[in-house]
Design a protein around this ligand. Structure first.
Ligand code: SF4
Length: 383
């Protein structure tokens, strides 16, 4: 993995580890989850299945959402990627003589680089303006053609709801079927994100009832289709962005956000970034994991993060995305690990092999692992 991205990643990690020698991955939501649900595990299972079902039928949900939303007299703009979206936004602003925009920065809006691009095109970003706002709704609801919006404050709500020109942008995977689905997902989000059962200020925007004209909706792909194409990896599209997986990840606790150089960080980033960005630029992230399984245990959407990280590693090996020397090491290791005879060889032989394979690279900051004098199979044969 000799890419520049990998080199920067390693140097940022070293810097973070130097500063941050102790880690805290304690994460206890038992009290609050008991206060909200009879069985937290059942609530998780129910909503994870629901989100998974919707992702599996996303084409039907999007068609029905399109029909119900546009019946209210508004159009939907479908954007393949951020270039496409920025071009459309600039055209829209020029056509409507808009020079000043209030952009509410969300994870998606950062991912798409909207503020940076608009500034480059000499638009003014004006945080108090009610003239034109860009806002990311949390979900689209297919059955009613509505958008579910949640706000951080009453002031934010007022700015968005009273703006003369509203632009909503959301990723295509954040779609639900019914309004009733929102409650449980919002609760799981609040509990895991902020350890509170307080669901922020919310509103439902339905074109048929709101009857406004100056409203544009952009639905964005930006690489998500490549996750959808894989039956396994599409589970990652059910993520509700609650950060629970980050809170329990020992690697993330040490290295933090900076080495990722992306809005996606932590275990979910290790899974999705090789799909959303490029395999060469991000494959190292799927090896940035000790496979402890903590993230999989806490994820409220039951996303099998650890399995997906392993699936990524296999995929890179099979598709020859790994350097020749790394592929060779994996082959030699596999060859030894599946052979009882080789596993039972003398300790010194195994040590030589391991030293040859890792060339002491892994042992700069920790001792070389010691092999047991006898394998389990030897111990068993003595009994
Ligand atoms: S992967 Fe799961 S735990 Fe992590 S942010 Fe998404 S929903 Fe939360």
């Amino acid at each position: 993995m000799k890419t520049n991205e990998y080199k920067f990643f390693i140097s940022d990690c070293k810097e973070a580890i130097e500063k941050n020698k102790s880690i805290d991955i304690s994460y206890d939501i038992e009290d609050i989850s008991l206060r909200n649900f009879k069985s937290y595990n059942n609530a998780k299972k129910k909503s994870a299945n629901l989100r998974q079902k919707y992702i599996n039928h996303i084409d039907e949900l999007l068609v029905s959402f399109d029909k119900n939303f546009t019946e209210g007299g508004l159009d939907i703009n479908w954007s393949i990627d951020y270039n496409n979206l920025i071009e459309d936004l600039i055209k829209l602003f020029n056509d409507n003589k808009i020079k000043e925009v209030n952009v509410f920065e969300s994870k998606l809006i950062k991912e798409l680089g909207i503020i940076k691009n608009l500034k480059e095109e000499e638009f003014t970003i004006s945080p108090q303006s009610k003239n034109c706002v860009i806002f990311e709704p949390r979900y689209a609801i297919s059955q009613t053609g509505s958008l579910f919006l949640d706000f951080e404050s009453a002031f934010e709500m007022e700015l968005v709801m009273e703006a003369e020109f509203k632009i909503f942008i959301l990723p295509f995977n954040n779609i639900l079927k019914n309004l009733e689905d929102i409650e449980i997902l919002s609760q799981l989000y609040s509990i895991n994100k902020n350890k509170t059962n307080y669901v922020s200020l919310t509103s439902i925007y339905t074109p048929k009832t709101n009857k406004e004209k100056n409203v544009e909706l952009f639905i964005v792909d930006n690489g998500r289709t490549s996750l959808l194409e894989s039956k396994e990896h599409r589970k990652a599209l059910t993520c509700i962005d609650c950060d629970a997986c980050k809170k329990v990840c020992p690697v993330y606790a040490l290295i933090g956000d900076k080495p990722y150089n992306n809005v996606f960080t932590g275990p979910i980033a290790n899974v999705v970034l090789p799909f959303l960005e490029t395999v060469d630029g991000c494959k190292h992230l799927s090896f940035n994991c000790v496979l402890c399984g903590n993230c999989t245990k806490v994820c409220p959407m039951n996303i099998p993060l650890t399995d997906l990280i392993i699936a990524n590693r296999n995929m890179f090996f099979e598709n020859r995305n790994m350097d020749y020397s790394d592929r060779y090491k994996v082959k030699v290791l596999k060859n030894h690990l599946i052979s009882r005879n080789k596993l039972n060889k003398q300790v010194w032989r195994k040590e030589i092999l391991l030293k040859f394979l890792i060339k002491r690279k892994l042992t700069i900051s920790r001792p070389f692992p010691k092999f047991a004098k006898e394998t389990f199979s030897h111990l068993k044969s003595h009994k």
